[in-house]
Design a protein around this ligand. Structure first.
Ligand SMILES: NC(=O)c1ccc[n+]([C@@H]2O[C@H](COP(=O)([O-])OP(=O)(O)OC[C@H]3O[C@@H](n4cnc5c(N)ncnc54)[C@H](OP(=O)(O)O)[C@@H]3O)[C@@H](O)[C@H]2O)c1
Length: 301
């Protein structure tokens, strides 16, 4: 490792913190100085996984470093930043950043008085499995915003491990931007879970359901990422098939009423895509809209 490689302290060596630290360590992009978690045992597990860094469980034990990542849960970032600022360890010109999708660098405002630069870098990646991330991170898009001084150093740090950075036009839109990634990633899981529930109601066991849906889910994910939604849409709404939709609504009402509103609302949001595709005519789509609206209205408390 180059003797000029910057040291970084990681506060919060959880799923994201330990994954990024290991990537930086293995790419010689940064020297992992210390990993601070709430418990020493958890910090030790993180440094063992990373293969570098001093484990600790108190912010006061951290030594000065030019780079600081706060990777605690979003709800703890501001509080952790406040406590870190109070230790007096930060020096003018240090860079402090977090990786939250919904918070901007403004929540690190407490460091302004210390002369440290702040930023946020949000990887659009699921860190559920830190081992898997070591091979799957390259090519991940990372939304960056914050002070230019911080971004000038953080962009190469992330690019070295394969990230593709892009700037968010305004920190004001961070929550809206993040809600989009939640819809695209987390709610895909929710939809899959709902589909498995419907299959179970139809007498198909969960494991078999997973197996049955896997190819069509992969194909759809592939279609919708290679083409736009208008081209990727298939199924009864795209075909204007109102009698199939009526059968679905009746079956869901009887067997899985909790999912009726979700099914209908998603259908209503599917109609404009179908209209743009143009395979169904406007009368057919209006007919489907009437049925979907009636189903949501009937379910309202
Ligand atoms: N997970 C993802 O897929 C993902 C994706 C993009 C962005 N992010 C962002 O990454 C950040 C971390 O998320 P995560 O999923 O990695 O969380 P996580 O797995 O729950 O890890 C959080 C870590 O923070 C530590 N911690 C909490 N409070 C602390 C404190 N006061 N001082 C020191 N350490 C503290 C915890 O220590 P203990 O282990 O001792 O409890 C834990 O190791 C969040 O801002 C999140 O929005 C996550």
């Amino acid at each position: 490792m180059d003797s000029t490689t910057a040291h970084i302290n990681i506060i919060g060596g959880g799923r994201l913190g330990r994954s990024l630290a290991k990537l930086w360590h293995s790419h010689n992009a940064a020297r992992i100085a210390a990993v601070c978690n709430r418990s020493l045992q958890s910090a030790t597990e993180a440094t063992t996984f990373i293969g570098a860094g001093q484990p600790c469980s108190a912010l006061e034990q951290l030594k000065p470093a030019p780079l600081w990542l706060i990777a605690t849960a979003d709800s703890d970032i501001e509080n952790t930043a406040q406590q870190l600022a109070e230790t007096g360890t930060l020096r003018r010109g240090d860079i402090v950043f977090h990786c939250s999708g919904s918070l901007s660098s403004k929540c690190l405002g407490t460091f302004e008085a210390t002369g440290a630069y702040t930023a946020s870098v949000h990887p659009i990646h699921s860190f559920a499995d830190p081992d898997k991330t070591q091979t799957s991170f390259a090519g991940t898009y990372c939304a960056i915003e914050g002070s230019q001084e911080a971004l000038d150093q953080l962009q190469p740090l992330f690019q070295t491990i394969g990230a593709i950075t892009f700037s968010l036009r305004s920190s004001e839109h961070k929550a809206l931007y993040h809600s989009a990634t939640v819809m695209a990633c987390n709610y895909l899981v929710t939809l899959q879970d709902c589909a498995l529930h419907l299959l179970q109601q139809a007498g198909i066991e969960r494991n078999q359901g997973l197996e049955l849906l896997a190819p069509i889910v992969r194909q759809t994910a592939d279609n919708v990422t290679r083409q736009d939604t208008t081209t990727a849409l298939t199924g009864p709404i795209a075909r204007g098939d109102s009698s199939t939709i009526a059968q679905h609504l009746q079956a869901i009402q009887q067997q899985a009423p909790d999912l009726l509103i979700l099914y209908s609302q998603l259908g209503l949001h599917t109609l404009p895509i179908a209209a743009q595709q143009g395979s169904a005519n406007s009368d057919q789509l209006r007919n489907i809209e009437k049925q979907l609206k009636a189903a949501t209205d009937n379910e309202k408390p």
